[in-house]
Write a protein that binds this ligand. Structure first.
Ligand code: MN
Length: 351
């Protein structure tokens, strides 16, 4: 394997890198799935949008150096999962209509919900097996969604590997702590509730949260020993009163155990950085604030043992690759820090 990092991409691998699966310490599992998304469409095409935009990212990074030399590999998308997702998304629209019409208890929507729940379980199992195989190879697994339901199997595999001693750093506009959503057991709006109740990692630390239900707020209050939420408006007030983002990042990271899984919903960022995402909310993190948060995790001595990036949409207009571009750069930074914190790469001496 030889290539020139100074030239433009010559391989069609993620970030233009030519590594095989076997030689890669970071392996991406794309999950083109958004069956239960409630608002905008497009997250199922996120992995493709990120892949195309990834060729523009310059490989050397001032914070993580040539971490990519540890090898990044993205699996081809499963055509089977993409097709199953497309077919079920049509059926999900029938359910949404039934709910609007007050017919959600009818036999037809109930049957479709059951069908979607079965399919979601299948996708979770599929992701779990894939992630487990990556971990068994001594590499770091990552999921590229798709909607935010997609990393469930990944978080399960990572948490099992470390016997539960894992903290989830969850960046999102939404708390994703709903018990169930529109009759779905595994929807994007319930991912962290499912993670905390069915997988039970040690800690959930949420950042950027600005959209949640009273029930979700209640869940956060009742589980304050396991769930720490940084509500975006309150964090912004602290900044406005003169606290530094670095101070707040140090505090956020202090709640996490040694092993950290980063679950990054792109809508945690300010919506000008993800205009095509399904459920954008004003407010949120700047790009630089996200990078500082990652760097703080790494510099604290914690290890990034898994990561996912979800809800990146293919932009509305075919000429625009902005959503993919931002997504690719967030992904690249998370991958770089994962390599550095696992000892697969060294950061530049000057940083
Ligand atoms: Mn979200």
């Amino acid at each position: 394997m030889s290539f020139d990092p100074n030239s433009t991409a010559t391989s069609d691998g993620i970030f233009g890198l030519p590594f095989t699966k076997e030689e890669s310490k970071l392996q991406l599992i794309p999950v083109p799935w958004e069956v239960t998304t409630s608002y905008g469409d497009g997250a199922s095409r996120g992995p493709g949008a990120i892949l195309r935009a990834s060729y523009q990212v310059d490989l050397f990074d001032i914070e993580t150096g040539d971490a990519y030399m540890a090898g990044y590999y993205m699996e081809p998308e499963s055509a089977e999962i993409a097709k199953m997702g497309r077919d079920l998304k049509k059926k999900a629209k029938v359910i949404v209509q039934a709910i609007e019409d007050g017919r959600e208890e009818d036999a037809e929507p109930k049957k479709l919900q059951a069908e979607i729940n079965t399919a979601s379980n299948m996708v979770n199992d599929w992701v779990f097996q894939k992630a487990k195989a990556v971990l068994d190879q001594g590499a770091i697994p990552a999921v590229l969604g798709g909607d935010h339901s997609t990393p469930f199997g990944l978080i399960k595999a990572v948490t099992e590997k470390y016997n539960g001693d894992v903290g989830i750093l969850h960046v999102d506009a939404h708390a994703d702590l709903r018990d169930a959503y529109q009759g779905y057991n595994h929807s994007h709006a319930s991912i962290m509730h499912n993670v905390m109740e069915k997988i039970r990692p040690k800690k959930l630390v949420q950042v950027g949260i600005r959209d949640f239900s009273p029930g979700e707020y209640d869940y956060i209050q009742k589980n304050s020993d396991r769930v720490k939420t940084y509500f975006d408006p309150l964090t912004k007030r602290r900044l406005n009163k003169g606290e530094s983002w670095q101070t707040i990042c140090d505090e956020i990271v202090s709640h996490l155990p040694k092993n950290v899984h980063i679950s990054f919903d792109i809508d945690g960022l300010s919506p000008d950085l993800c205009p095509g995402t399904g459920t954008p909310v004003p407010g949120g993190l700047s790009f630089d604030q996200a990078l500082t948060l990652f760097a703080t995790v790494a510099e604290s001595g914690r290890k990034i043992v898994g990561l996912d990036l979800t809800e990146v949409a293919e932009a509305e207009s075919p000429e625009s690759d902005w959503d993919g571009n931002v997504g690719a750069r967030i992904l690249f930074k998370m991958c770089g820090w994962a390599m550095v914190t696992n000892g697969f790469a060294k950061k530049p001496a000057t940083v």
